[in-house]
Design a protein around this ligand. Structure first.
Ligand code: RB5
Length: 365
């Protein structure tokens, strides 16, 4: 786990001990300053940690000022940050378990170092509970979840991302409509995949480079050599490839074809072709529908056997049953969806769903 830590002059006296406590729990800590107890403005240091959390460069952040209060007020202004001032270990526990807090702000003046160490322990070792709390956290973040009951059913919210952006929800509404024709359906799948790729690559590491604008030299950031492969599950997954290639033009594309064994009913790979260095790549495994999770799990197993460490499954429409089946099957895969629907019917179709995505993409209805 990566953790960013910073303080102001009033919290500086406890910073080293807090870093030690975090490292003692196995965290990799990035000290974002300051390096002395000289007077500084707490918002400047709160911004450093909040930026790192917001950009996904670290998993969690810890800030220390006199009270913790000003740091929390500042950090909470950054997108995706949930920061809170904590002075008791049980509050640190609940801030993670119920509120999915990703930054805690400690008091260097009013809380003893031993107590702060206990608070850090609770913060770093407690998991977000998900379920009904996931629904509340989405509401807290101002996100509109179409089906809160479905979200409540997800067993491990820490590895599931539902994309709730208004444009995504708008496009999903058109996609679901049975009167939407093949051409528009195909375009929407491509666009939704592009939005989803944007979220699924949010934590890609950056490196600083120098560029020359027409006016002067400046520092800029670029992706630090992340190698990606887009792997569609045939055939419907093909509809998502172009949208992702627009975002990641130098990504390689592999293919996994599955058929259902008539005897065992288990999905079996019938055609698989992956880039030769697949084990060094982050794989965006794509399939528009996640119903039972059967073919996704078989594809994930195939990728794991090929040595892939970082697998991210991107789907358009998911059922809670399928998301849970995938998260239970593989301990590290992350799942992204642009919609999470109510349930599966007896034929394993997603309800309310959007029909058979493959048939609607290719016009084979
Ligand atoms: C600095 O004196 C103090 O205002 C700061 O450390 C913090 O308590 C702000 O919230």
């Amino acid at each position: 786990m990566k953790v960013a830590v910073a303080s102001d002059h009033a919290g500086f006296c406890q910073k080293a001990a807090i870093i030690q406590a975090a490292e003692g729990l196995g965290a990799t800590v990035e000290d974002l300053g300051p390096v002395t107890d000289e007077r500084v403005d707490y918002p400047d240091y709160a911004a450093r940690v909040a930026n790192a959390v917001s950009a996904g460069e670290v998993d969690l952040g810890i800030l220390i000022c006199g009270t913790g209060l000003g740091m929390a007020m500042t950090a909470d202004k950054f997108p995706g940050v949930r920061a809170t001032a904590v002075t008791r270990p049980d509050f640190a526990h609940l801030a993670r378990e119920h509120n999915d807090a990703n930054i805690i702000c400690l008091s260097g003046r009013f809380v003893e170092p031993e107590k702060n160490a206990e608070i850090v322990k609770e913060f770093l070792t407690t998991k977000f509970a998900g379920g009904r709390h996931a629904v509340r956290v989405e509401k807290m973040m101002g996100n509109c979840v179409a089906d809160p009951d479905a979200l409540e059913k997800i067993a491990d919210a820490s590895r599931f991302s539902l994309i709730t952006h208004p444009l995504v929800q708008h496009k999903m509404a058109i996609l679901r409509d049975t009167n939407t024709g093949t051409k528009q359906f195909r375009e929407l799948i491509r666009e939704l995949a592009l939005f989803e790729g944007y979220e699924a690559t949010r934590d890609f590491p950056l490196e600083e480079i120098e560029v020359e604008t027409p006016l002067e030299k400046t520092k800029a950031a670029q992706i630090a050599g992340k190698k990606v492969a887009i792997v569609p599950i045939l055939r419907a997954g093909l509809g998502m490839v172009d949208g992702l290639l627009e975002l990641l033009p130098s990504a390689r594309v592999g293919h996994i074809g599955m058929f259902r064994d008539p005897k065992t009913k288990e999905p079996q790979p019938y055609y698989c072709k992956l880039p030769s260095d697949i084990e060094n790549r982050t794989v965006l495994l794509v399939d528009p529908m996640l119903a039972t999770g059967g073919s996704a799990n078989a594809a994930i197993d195939y990728l794991r056997e090929a040595g892939v460490k970082d697998v991210r499954l991107l789907v358009i429409d998911a059922a809670p049953e399928g998301v849970n089946a995938v998260l239970e099957h593989d301990p590290t895969v992350r799942v992204f969806a642009t919609s999470l629907d109510r349930q599966l019917n007896d034929n394993a179709y997603i309800l309310p769903g959007l029909g058979d995505a493959g048939d609607r993409i290719f016009g084979t209805l």
